[in-house]
Write a protein that binds this ligand. Structure first.
Ligand code: EPZ
Length: 427
């Protein structure tokens, strides 16, 4: 982590084309639930390729408060081991900073028979309810109570059940993770219909199966978990971060550059590759990774975000920045977090021509962004502002980059290494 980065800003001078190779780190949204799953297992768990992010450090603090020893060794591998099971309360001060803390709910309930986690509340991308998490855990036997803004779940024993876990926006990633984790130690078979199919859920299931769980159908909407008496810790390598990879693919495209991303899992990004190729971006598989460059002229297109395997909501802001420079009007519809548009106002300050009507934004192509001071809001909106700054005329200052540090490891260093003119400054 950067030294003393209280509230920093990024200063970017636009115009450089990015060229070279960027190493993609481990997936934040796989690492976080897998770290929480360590609560379920006996013995030591060793996780490789866990990215060094603020959110990961938050999860380490939370797990330590929950009696899980959690430390990195000299090679950066993370070692986790349960030492004390007495505390089952994930407190507001931690959960309010990071929604993914909710992933301890299922493991605490299944292993310690009790969990108290503060309701995450809203955030920059919209409301973050956890009704599906509670509904799924109640289905396998949890008793639910709301106490001072905390969700309290208790269960003498958990029994497998069949459930439909879809909400108004389709499947839920962390609700699927929570119920799947709890069901590994329930008695009997649990069937989750409308389960999330994200690669991060698949990676969690692979980890749990390696620990002795019996999960089938992961990666499909029909998830089947047969409970086992106990799980034993293993060594596991976290999958690469498809959202970081997608962000750098768009960085190559927006600067008319040429980037190689060794290790990026193109099979986790097929909806994104489909849209980028439609826009005129050249995407080629290259020795286990991908090479991305772009034609001078970008075509407009239509994009709707959906649960996996649809276009990921976590790349919506980034692709909006790219489409601002296409030759014509594009339409982006956000179907997962309909309010996830805080980047619209900020991109407009840089000259973007955007018109929001409910969950849809019309993006009118412009010739060029003009650098400006802008404000980061959520993790991915901040990335979009930086991408725009890379190609804007003049200088862009993106404030409150702690949002970036939550989900991108050494972002400015990686961008500088391929030619971006970007530096981190204290506010
Ligand atoms: C995960 O959040 C990711 N976070 C998010 O990434 C990602 O944007 C999101 O999935 C969608 O892909 C982690 O994995 C830690 P959801 P999650 O439950 O699980 C509604 C990032 O940038 N819903 O799949 O919280 C919800 O409001 C972050 O890394 C309910 O209605 O998302 C949303 O509209 C941001 N009730 C939709 O479902 C519930 O109980 C999908 O949310 C749960 C969710």
């Amino acid at each position: 982590m950067r030294k003393g980065s209280g509230v920093d800003l990024f200063e970017i001078t636009g115009g450089n084309r990015l060229r070279g190779s960027v190493t993609i780190g481990g997936a934040k949204n796989a690492a976080l639930p897998i770290m929480a799953a360590a609560i379920l297992v006996e013995g030591e768990t060793v996780l490789e390729q866990v990215p060094d992010l603020a959110d990961v450090r938050q999860m380490q603090v939370l797990l330590q408060r929950l009696g899980v020893h959690c430390e990195r060794d000299a090679q950066g591998a993370m070692h986790l081991r349960v030492e004390d099971e007495s505390n089952t309360h994930a407190e507001y001060d931690l959960v309010s900073k990071m929604r993914a803390s909710v992933c301890v709910l299922g493991p605490l309930l299944a292993k310690r028979k009790r969990a108290r986690v503060s309701m995450p509340g809203g955030c920059a991308i919209g409301d973050r309810p956890i009704n599906l998490h509670v509904q799924g855990l109640e289905a396998i036997g949890a008793e639910y109570e709301l106490l001072n803004g905390d969700v309290v779940l208790k269960a003498k024993r958990l029994t497998g059940a069949e459930m439909f876990l879809g909400g108004p926006f389709g499947s839920s990633v962390t609700a699927t993770a929570n119920v799947m984790m709890a069901a590994t130690l329930a008695e009997g078979r649990t069937i989750i219909e409308c389960a999330a199919c994200e690669p991060e859920v698949v990676d969690l299931a692979d980890f749990l199966n390696a620990c002795g769980a019996r999960i089938q159908g992961h990666g499909t909407p029909h998830l089947v978990i047969d409970g086992v008496p106990k799980l034993t810790g293993v060594q596991h390598r976290v999958i690469p971060d498809r959202i970081e990879a997608g962000t750098f693919m768009i960085a190559a495209a927006i600067t008319n550059g040429d980037l190689e991303l060794p290790g990026a899992r193109v099979d986790h990004l097929l909806a994104v590759v489909d849209r980028l190729r439609q826009i005129g971006v050249i995407v080629e598989r290259k020795d286990g990774g991908v090479e991305v460059s772009s034609a001078r002229r970008l075509e407009p297109t239509q994009i709707t975000t959906q649960p996996y395997p649809g276009f990921p909501t976590d790349l919506q802001a980034q692709v909006m920045a790219l489409l601002c420079l296409a030759d014509g009007n594009s339409v982006i519809t956000e179907k997962v977090f309909p309010d996830r548009f805080l980047h619209v106002g900020e991109l407009s300050r840089m000259g973007a021509q955007l018109r929001k009507e409910g969950p849809t934004v019309t993006v009118e192509g412009i010739k060029r962004f003009v650098g400006a001071p802008v404000m980061a809001s959520d993790l991915r909106a901040s990335a979009a502002l930086i991408l725009a700054g890379l190609i804007a005329k003049g200088t862009t200052r993106v404030h409150r980059v702690y949002h970036i540090d939550r989900g991108y490891e050494r972002f400015e260093e990686k961008l500088s290494s391929v030619g971006a003119h970007i530096r981190r400054l204290p506010e």
